[in-house]
Design a protein around this ligand. Structure first.
Ligand SMILES: C[S@@+](CC[C@H](N)C(=O)[O-])C[C@H]1O[C@@H](n2cnc3c(N)ncnc32)[C@H](O)[C@@H]1O
Length: 286
């Protein structure tokens, strides 16, 4: 996949989000948007988008947050969602209601030529942990912000603090090989788990008043549709989906059985709530 603007060091992530990662997200887009909706609510509360503002939504994926933000800044405001995934952006363009002030750009936020000093707010739900050189990426994004603009994003805390992902993964590992070890700073969902690292990256990129608020929410893996739906979600999102990729059907079936038994212990009616731990990171552009 070649993008009009991309940093070569992000090539693997760009390939992933235009390949299996993007496809998995597309297959489950509605369910994922429902699952992650409570996180968007917390993020928007802290980001406080206002009518008339220009907002950048980085790593906007299939556009759910860009669309919500556009509703909050209209009339007079505008949102630019930026993402490296062509299929996910195609879905975002389909989902955006006509007339809503939202645009989408297919580009790597590390090198995208943001209109200098225009945006009031840079926002992201889990879209900023995939940069190979995050300090440079944030310095480039800061160029698009006016003086006094706000930064607000959500990023995951460590896997061991996220039972909604860890519990199914532990069950899967009883039947399939473990995924290759990933360094804590390698691009990926948990690369911003360490508070010190995030503060260092943002500080060196020129942001000030950096704060990390720890949040724990209960996420319903079933989306209110019972145990089968929760098992289906657990098998198809996060590290479990990668661990099961290419495994023989018997192992996949055995993993599904173990996951089902473990999730059944957490079932409450038609819901399967499990704790999810993330940071809301806020900062300002001086
Ligand atoms: C975990 S998904 C989150 C999607 C969306 N923010 C949401 O919450 O539904 C991460 C997104 O970051 C995007 N991404 C990864 N690297 C990027 C980069 N260098 N520039 C822009 N987007 C990137 C991926 O394509 C993917 O859509």
């Amino acid at each position: 996949m070649t993008l009009p603007a991309a940093d070569d060091r992000n090539a693997d992530e760009i390939a992933y989000w235009n390949g299996p990662g993007g496809q998995r997200w597309l297959n489950r887009q509605q369910a994922l948007d429902a699952l992650l909706a409570p996180i968007a609510e917390v993020l928007f509360d802290r980001a406080a988008p206002r009518v008339g503002e220009f907002v950048l939504d980085v790593g906007c994926g299939c556009g759910a947050t860009s669309i919500s933000l556009a509703r909050r800044v209209a009339p007079g405001g505008r949102v630019l969602g930026i993402d490296v995934s062509s299929p996910m952006l195609e879905r975002a363009r389909q989902l955006a209601p006509k007339g809503l002030p939202v645009d989408f750009a297919l580009a790597d936020a590390t090198v995208y030529p943001f209109e200098p000093g225009r945006a009031n707010l840079l926002c992201s739900r889990f879209g900023v942990m995939f940069f190979a050189a995050p300090m440079q990426s944030f310095a480039n994004m800061r160029c698009g912000l006016r003086g006094g603009a706000r930064l607000a994003f959500a990023c995951w805390r460590e896997l061991r603090e996220n039972p909604w992902l860890l519990l199914p993964l532990q069950e899967a590992y009883r039947h399939v090989p473990r995924l290759p070890e990933v360094g804590p700073e390698d691009p990926g969902p948990f690369s911003f788990a360490a508070e010190r690292r995030v503060c260092g990256i943002l500080g060196r990129a020129g942001f000030r008043a950096i704060e990390l608020e720890p949040i724990i929410l209960s996420l319903d893996l079933a989306n209110g549709r019972g145990l089968d739906a929760a098992v289906d979600a657990a098998l198809n999102i996060g590290p479990v989906s990668r661990a099961l990729d290419g495994q023989p059907p018997e192992q996949r079936a055995a993993a599904a059985e173990s996951i089902r038994a473990a999730l059944a212990q957490c079932q409450l009616g038609d819901t399967v709530p499990l704790p999810a731990a993330f940071w809301i990171v806020t900062a300002t552009n001086p």
